[in-house]
Design a protein around this ligand. Structure first.
Ligand SMILES: O=P(O)(O)O[C@@H]1C[C@H](O)[C@@H](CO)O1
Length: 350
């Protein structure tokens, strides 16, 4: 993050803004909405669009990815005022891991539909609620439901809530996910602490930071080495020892693909050759957005299924969301304990 300091360049959580220029928000504070006249037909190239105006507007709102600084600030203000809490730690619950938000004390719950300009969750296992409260004495906010690229949301929209967290005051992002284990040493139910990622969507030219850069969030060209905070990884390893689960906790590399299909054998072989240990459909763009605005990141994958890397006829080799959810449900207690204890560690040293 050379040449960039959250203290001087990014608006602070108490609303002060020190940065210059809002390259995305010049036309107003609300996201741009495209309003068509009605059904569209082009006789010139014989293309027909059979969406009604309302459908067109709904699709457009879903795809809309310009969230000017002021809009993010409005959402953050809504949450901070509504909860009376300025959270320090932000948690994103992976598929089936919504219980990470259920352990929050004195929760103030915001349904996504009720938060202005917020997207809605469309995936089973992602409730679509923001929970703000305390955990181990620390102020926290948790997304019980994240947004995925395959839902139709652009990456910037998928990770927009991370910027909301930042402007709420969050310094630490805990991102969790359900993932397929590619590393043959990983078993179903294991936990992989992420120490790096391979950004496959980035390879394909997609980034949550695409488009004009607002320097109040961060620099145009952020560095991503050391994205995953080593201190937090080490603390989590120590915690896993005290929990007696160290043999099922690994440190590895995650890769996010676009989904919603699970991977082919050839893709899984390729990922393994690239050094990927676990594969999923999220987290990477959230981490990029968090590092861009200088948040400390801790992330882990719950291995919900073993990925087949050899051809066979076995039905067992096929991943399924039901299996993902079932394993996550089974392991949620352990994941909650890991998260709580790490939050307690952060709180101890604060
Ligand atoms: O939100 P996460 O990454 O935990 O969810 C994973 C990826 C897909 O959304 C889903 C597939 O089962 O689980």
């Amino acid at each position: 993050m050379t040449g960039y300091s959250s203290k001087t360049d990014v608006a602070t959580a108490n609303g002060k803004q020190n940065g210059s220029g809002n390259q995305t928000g010049e036309n107003g504070t609300k996201p741009t909405e495209f309003t068509p006249q009605g059904n569209h037909a082009s006789s010139e190239n014989n293309i027909q669009c059979s969406l009604t105006s309302d459908e067109f507007r709904a699709v457009n709102l879903m795809r809309q990815d310009m969230y000017p600084y002021e809009v993010i600030q409005e959402i953050a203000d809504f949450i901070v005022k509504g909860s009376g809490i300025r959270p320090k730690i932000g948690i994103i619950c992976g598929s089936g891991l919504g219980s990470l938000a259920d352990i929050i004390q004195n929760p103030k719950v915001f349904d996504y539909e009720k938060i202005p300009n917020f997207p809605v969750s469309t995936v089973e296992g992602h409730a679509g609620r923001l929970v703000v409260g305390t955990l181990e004495g620390a102020n926290v906010m948790a997304m019980q439901g994240r947004f995925h690229f395959y839902e139709g949301y652009p990456l910037a929209k998928c990770s927009m809530p991370v910027r909301v967290m930042k402007l709420c005051g969050v310094e630490y992002l805990f991102a969790t996910n359900a993932a397929g284990g590619i590393n043959p040493k990983y078993a179903v139910g294991d936990i992989m602490l992420m120490h790096d990622h391979v950004n496959m969507l980035g390879f394909a030219g997609n980034s949550p930071l695409q488009g004009p850069n607002d320097p109040r969030f961060g620099p145009r060209f952020p560095a991503l080495v050391n994205s995953y905070n080593k201190d937090l990884i080490n603390k989590a390893i120590e915690i896993s020892k005290t929990m007696g689960i160290e043999s099922s906790v690994h440190v590895g590399v995650y890769s996010c693909l676009g989904g919603p299909t699970y991977e082919t054998i050839a893709e899984l072989k390729a990922l393994r050759m690239m050094g990927v240990d676990a594969v999923g459909m999220s987290t990477v763009h959230e981490v990029i957005t968090a590092r861009h605005c200088d948040m400390k990141v801790f992330a882990f994958s719950l291995i919900t299924n073993k990925c087949a890397t050899e051809y066979s006829d076995k039905k067992d080799d096929e991943a399924s969301h039901d299996e993902v959810m079932a394993v996550a449900k089974n392991r949620q207690k352990t994941c909650c304990e890991l998260v709580s204890r790490l939050v307690a560690e952060i709180q101890k040293t604060a």
